[in-house]
Design a protein around this ligand. Structure first.
Ligand code: NAX
Length: 327
């Protein structure tokens, strides 16, 4: 049987953590033949550490055959030791009266510390996924704080936006979500993201031609996908957790095990593709093979798409500028 791999998860006692850990431990992320050791990080706060203990008791009680070990941590320097995968879910939420700049600064603090810890103790091949918001900028900060690790190992979660877009398209066309290919989401994980179905196909047929309604694209589809998180908060009284955890599983599984040529969306550091400045953590269509992602290149960007991409890029550059002095 395979040697266990180490999977670190931060914010492990939070609501995404609760929807995520059991699926990782059951083999849904890395395969039904891959044992895992969970290295769970929570803040030192007694309440959080107690909650983490409770989650660990439940993980134990599942008696997962693939779960080769569970560790509880309050320090990233031990939580990230030799880790092969790191899912950075824990972040500072926006409190009442908190300015955007305060939120950026609080998260910059967390992700500088965690980036440095990864740099110091993680496996040199660690695959990092940042879920905690602002996800792209937090991933950028962690990457910049880990100069000894390859920049390409740091990614941000755009997969929830991708999956939301796919489900809206399936509903609109009456087709199966599993049959949608070549969907892309560009930019920031925020309402400015640009979900782009111009190249998408279902059963080889063009989705754009099938829908044939540019007004629906601009006035219904894009706002629905962009504001889906807010719609879920309004309905549920809590932010999306199960769908976010599911997207994190999808992101890591596809990165590690490959997509068989299928396009997925990942937030990754730009190397200048599509005119995005280098190092910006940007949502791109990618394919994955042998543990590496590759940007789908050569897509034509029309005027409307360029406008959308510029908008989400400008927002990201603003966020990045807001934290530059803290790095
Ligand atoms: P919760 O507040 O339920 O859980 C967060 C947990 O993180 C808490 O238990 C907290 O103690 C812990 N935490 C905070 N700072 C930490 C640190 N420095 N080290 C370790 N643990 C720490 O939030 P939850 O609903 O689980 O959401 C987590 C994050 O995901 C939030 O930032 C949220 O905005 C973000 N999301 C990102 C999404 C994406 O697509 N990228 C979608 C879903 C979600 O909104």
């Amino acid at each position: 049987s395979k040697k266990p791999v180490r999977v670190a998860v931060t914010g492990a006692a939070g609501q995404i953590g609760y929807a995520l850990l059991f699926r990782i431990a059951s083999g849904e992320m890395l395969g039904k033949d891959q044992p895992v050791i969970l290295q769970l990080l929570e803040i030192p706060d007694e309440k959080a550490q107690n909650a983490l203990k409770g989650v660990i008791m439940e993980l134990e009680d599942c008696a997962f055959p693939l779960l080769a070990g569970i560790e509880a941590h309050s320090d990233p320097m031990t939580a990230f030791k030799d880790t092969d995968f790191a899912l950075l879910v824990g972040a500072r939420p926006r409190g009442p009266g908190m300015e955007r700049s305060d939120l950026l600064a609080a998260n910059a603090q967390i992700f500088t510390v965690q980036g440095k810890a990864l740099n110091a103790v993680a496996s040199r091949n660690v695959k990092v996924l940042v879920v905690g918001n602002p996800a792209n900028t937090n991933a950028y900060i962690a990457m910049k704080s880990a100069p000894d690790l390859p920049a390409k190992n740091f990614t941000a979660m755009l997969r929830l936006d991708h999956n939301r877009a796919a489900s809206q398209i399936a509903a609109k066309t009456g087709k199966a979500v599993a049959d949608i290919e070549k969907l892309a989401v560009w930019g920031n994980h925020s309402p400015t993201m640009y979900a782009d179905y111009r190249y998408a196909t279902i059963g080889g047929q063009s989705v754009k031609a099938m829908i044939n309604d540019e007004q629906w694209n601009r006035e219904v589809f894009l706002p629905t996908v962009g504001k889906r998180g807010a719609a879920i908060i309004a309905a549920r009284g809590l932010s999306s957790a199960a769908s976010a955890a599911n997207a994190a599983i999808d992101h890591m599984r596809d990165w590690a095990l490959g997509t068989n040529g299928k396009w997925v969306t990942m937030g990754i550091p730009s190397k200048g593709e599509y005119g995005i400045p280098a190092e910006v953590m940007f949502g791109y269509p990618v394919t994955c093979e042998n543990g590496e992602y590759k940007i789908v290149e050569g897509l034509e960007i029309d005027a409307f798409s360029q406008e959308c991409i510029n908008k989400t890029l400008n927002e990201l550059l603003e966020e990045q500028n807001g934290v530059k002095h803290l790095l």
